[in-house]
Structures are given as C-alpha cells and as structure tokens.
Design a protein around this ligand. Structure first.
Ligand SMILES: [Mg+2]
Length: 228
C-alpha cells in the first residue's frame, strides 16, 4: 500500500487518556453509568448521550465555565512516540488528521500541539459569558466516523486506498472507509481486542506510537530509531 494520509483517533491513541468525556466526569464526581452501555448498544443518539452527560455535571454544579472545563485537561499527556510519529509522517509529506468523538477543548489543543493538517471533534456550546449550555455539538458521531474520513480524503484529493486510519476502540473501525486501511492501537477493552481480531486488522498493543510505522510503511523501521 502507498499511504498519503493518516487519520488518527485521539483519546487512547495520540494521548494517554481513556476518554476525554471521562476526564470531565471525574472532575465533577459523576459517571455516564448505564447511559454509556445504552449508547454503545445504539439505543441513544450522540446528541442524547452528550446532553445527558452535561446534565449530570450540572446536577452537581449548575453553572460551569469553559475555563473550568479546559482546566480539567491540564494533566493530559501525549502517548509515548506520538510527537515523533507525527513529525516523521509530516517530514515524509504525509497528510495527518485527527477524527475524534472526544471533547474539542482537548482535541483542539492536541491538534495545535502536534501541528496536524486538520482535525475535527465533538464539543460544547456556551453563552456569551462562556458558561456551558445544555446541548453539545455533534460533528463526529462515535459509531459513524467514516463521513469525516471520507471528507478529509476528498478535500485533499487522496484516494481511499492511500488512507490509513488508526484507533483504539471498536467504533473506530467505522473510520475504515471502503478501500482504505486500518490499524488498531492500544485496544484495551475486550470489544476492541475482539473487534480488531474479527476485522482482521493489525493491532499494536504496546503503548508507543512509533511502533505503528512498520504497519504504515511495510518493511520500514521508524526513521529516528531504526535507519539501518
Ligand atoms: Mg479512542
């Protein structure tokens, strides 16, 4: 395969987090609870799930400012090798995008930090003073990430066969648009481990993004550490 573009999921792939939504829950001492299971089963829309999460935070603290949400993400760390991988891809002229169902406050700051070519994620709405409104903004439906990968390929004039997507959740398999490639990375949930196996895709389980390189560029080792 000849790869021209790489689309990354963010939580659990480029950053060492399970879910950016979970980080806010932790801050407010709340939990998605059974709603998460219902969402995974497809019984809730992304909009309903987000509004429920926001409602749970507001039940603890009725007024929440954007700055407080931003501060929740202060401790987030990049996945080992993430910066090195993105830099090496860009040095090779590969287009890099983040397609995340996570929180835009976090995903946007990571996109900026890593200087990726494009990014999209879900997020929040605020009033004129920066206070959180009740409904979220869905740009990347968690079970249907393909639309955004397709759009990225189309606007950059890249064929599906030249695209590889990388994710840690079974739902990230929806990034694999017809004809394109997919690599599982750091799949921790049993659903991901089984899903990647059933889909017949490579699954890199070590938490080092550089180890993705030989799966993006077969028979090559990572330029900064290999090079023989
Ligand atoms: Mg993820």
């Amino acid at each position: 395969m000849k790869i021209k573009a790489v689309c990354f999921d963010c939580d659990g792939v480029l950053i060492d987090t399970v879910a950016s939504w979970q980080i806010i829950h932790k801050h407010f001492g709340t939990d998605s609870g059974e709603m998460l299971d219902r969402f995974i089963r497809g019984e809730l829309t992304d909009e309903e799930f987000m509004a429920d999460d926001i409602g749970k935070w507001k039940s603890v603290q009725p007024v929440i400012h954007r700055d407080e949400l931003m501060r929740c993400f202060q401790g987030v760390k990049l996945m080992p090798g993430a910066r090195e991988l993105i830099d090496a891809l860009k040095a090779r002229g590969i287009m890099v995008a983040i397609v995340s169902a996570g929180v835009d406050l976090l995903i946007g700051s990571i996109a900026q930090l890593l200087k990726v070519d494009d990014w999209i994620s879900n997020g929040f709405q605020y009033d004129d003073d920066g206070f959180l409104l009740d409904d979220g903004v869905v740009r990347v439906p968690a079970h249907h990430k393909s639309k955004m990968v397709e759009k990225f390929a189309r606007i950059n004039n890249v064929d599906a066969s030249e695209v590889v997507s990388i994710g840690d959740n079974v739902t990230d398999l929806s990034m694999r648009i017809p004809g394109s490639h997919f690599i599982g990375f750091n799949g921790l949930k049993q659903s991901a481990i089984d899903g990647f196996k059933d889909a017949g895709v490579v699954h890199v389980t070590e938490q080092d993004c550089r180890l993705l390189w030989p799966h993006i560029f077969p028979n090559e080792s990572f330029p900064a550490v290999g090079g023989e």
